[in-house]
Design a protein around this ligand. Sequence first.
Ligand SMILES: *Cc1c(COP(=O)(O)O)cnc(C)c1O
Length: 230
Amino acid sequence: MIAENVNNIRESITAACIAARRSPESVRLIAVSKAFGHDVIAEVVRAGVFDIGENYVQEIVEKRERLHDERIRWHFIGHLQSNKVKYVAEWIHLVHSVDSLSVAAELERRGAKIGRALDVLVEVNTSGEASKFGVDPGNAAEFVGAVSRFPHVRVRGLMTIGPFLPDPEESRPAFRALKGIFDGIKKGGIGREPMEHLSMGMTHDFRVAIEEGSTMVRIGTAIFGPRKES
Ligand SMILES: *Cc1c(COP(=O)(O)O)cnc(C)c1O
């Protein structure tokens, strides 16, 4: 069933890319496995998905230890606290959710220690919902500039979570705003590295996200099925 779900979502992503006149290779599928076990992740990997996203430090550490698969690129997409950075810094592929200088400073410290720059995205709160993490859209460019002064932290792009509303069209303004901020940062030459990633779009709104320029969609439910309430 997992393999079939993966094939279906892949086809939907490809169709959305073609409809938006974009190359299907320009959008990466990240399987969000929070609340599901390592055995199910192994099935996704067998189906050829090597980008795995997790929200909680304890879960990502445990599952990685269980899986022992060097092909997996682990993405941290939840809220990261500075005191937890040390558990993931050595092997995390991309942290999607940097929104404070204290976390950036801790990533810098760990990156310097292992002698390698850590790749991150800056999370922007585009919907203005108080329950969401992320920097304010108005401060995003300045924040990217500030994080880019850390030599061992590379800002590779931006991430946002659309509003939790059933109609995917309700997410469009948030996604369009993120793309606007992204283009502004690139045009302004802010940051040291080329910004290339826009992490936006989940199971219910990934089509709209692709229309608005997403390069990474974070898909949980469409692959793993509904999560049990925790
Ligand atoms: C859970 C989660 C997802 C996946 O959501 P689905 O609606 O199940 O696809 C994506 N991004 C973040 C940040 C999440 O917490």
